[in-house]
Design a binder for this molecule. Structure first.
Ligand code: APR
Length: 309
């Protein structure tokens, strides 16, 4: 198995490191446009192989896509990260050009690859990848909801004093601070609704803190986060390459599901060897449906910006 990670910055390198540690593939390529950075980080990671005990062979490449040939999965992290006070949406201008070119180059050498999009604004970049490549929809996966759901579980676990691993909780909708929808009504702690253990005020705080989870970290660190985004990308790669059929929230092309068409948006999906394999139909109530529609409207107006670029 072969995996390529495009962008050897904070998120790309962390994602690659996780993939290697889990030995998800025998060949892993890190590619960046900036001279030497991918080669350097690949060597640095390879020097941990004997210490951490993995066999994955990691190589770096400065924009030479022939090195990525025959990849089964390609993770796209290239692009500008957020700075404090910026929204993910403000990255659209510069990241559109990057993601489009990257997709073209990737597919020249790996026509059968499944593509995972991490670059922001992620919902629009996923839609762009789908439109510009014309690939079968199951092969384009936006990572956002996987990260947001992990952040949701983190917030829940802090209030419940429990292991996040015992929680089932998903965030659907867009990957923006105001477009994501943490579905707290559906969240369970070992099959029991979390609402049984949390006051209304606590639930509201958990939802709010989840929604601004990325911005909170950007304010603290001075740039956007990378450990959880990188790990979320690697978890999707794992479910694909091991055909785990795990449930994640991912940004995928909707053709009538959840009442939406001609848009990529976060919904619960099964991830396996074919990419995203099916969408799970959660039973949304009227206010959740309204929130989903509002989220779709916001993402759609962001997608419209693509036409002007
Ligand atoms: N081809 C390949 N690599 C590129 C290209 C390109 N056309 N353009 C930029 N890059 C590389 C940069 O050289 C840089 O090394 O992408 C990398 C991005 O890394 P960082 O600046 O560290 O950003 P990071 O924090 O990793 O975030 C990357 O993920 O979470 C999102 O919002 C975030 O869109 C951002 C992306």
């Amino acid at each position: 198995m072969k995996v390529t990670v495009i962008g050897a910055g904070a998120v790309g390198a962390t994602c690659a490191d996780n993939i290697a540690l889990k030995e998800l593939c025998n060949e892993l390529v890190l590619l960046d446009i900036k001279e030497g950075i991918a080669e350097g980080k690949a060597q640095d990671m390879m020097q941990t192989a004997t210490l951490l005990g993995f066999d994955t062979k990691i190589t770096g490449s400065t924009n030479d896509y022939s090195k990525t040939a025959g990849s089964d999965v390609v993770v796209i992290t290239s692009g500008l990260p957020r700075k404090p006070g910026m929204t993910r949406e403000e990255l659209i201008g510069v990241n559109t050009g990057i993601v489009k070119t990257v997709c073209e180059n990737v597919l020249k050498h790996s026509p059968n690859a499944i593509i995972i999009v991490i670059s922001n604004p992620m919902d629009t970049m996923t839609y762009l990848a789908l439109q510009s490549t014309n690939l079968p929809k199951h092969r384009i996966i936006g990572m956002g909801g996987t990260l947001d759901s992990a952040r949701f579980k983190y917030q829940l676990s802090q209030h419940l004093g429990c292991s996040p691993a015992d929680l089932n909780a998903v965030v659907v909708g867009g990957h923006g601070d105001t477009t994501m929808i943490p579905l707290i009504r559906h969240a369970t702690w070992n099959s029991t609704p979390v609402s049984r253990y949390l006051s209304t005020e606590q639930q509201e705080k958990i939802v709010k803190d989840t929604m601004v989870g990325g911005a909170t970290l950007t304010a603290l660190i001075g740039t956007s986060a990378w450990y959880a985004p990188g790990a979320a990308g690697a978890a999707l790669v794992e479910s694909i390459l091991r055909d785990e059929k795990k449930l994640f929230t991912c940004c995928v092309s909707l053709e009538g599901e959840y009442g939406q068409k001609d848009i990529c948006l976060g919904v619960p999906v099964i991830i396996g060897k074919n990419g995203w394999e099916r969408i799970l139909d959660f039973d949304l109530n009227e206010s959740e449906k309204a929130a989903f529609q509002k989220s779709a409207d916001a993402v759609r107006s962001m997608n419209d910006v693509l036409k002007t670029l």
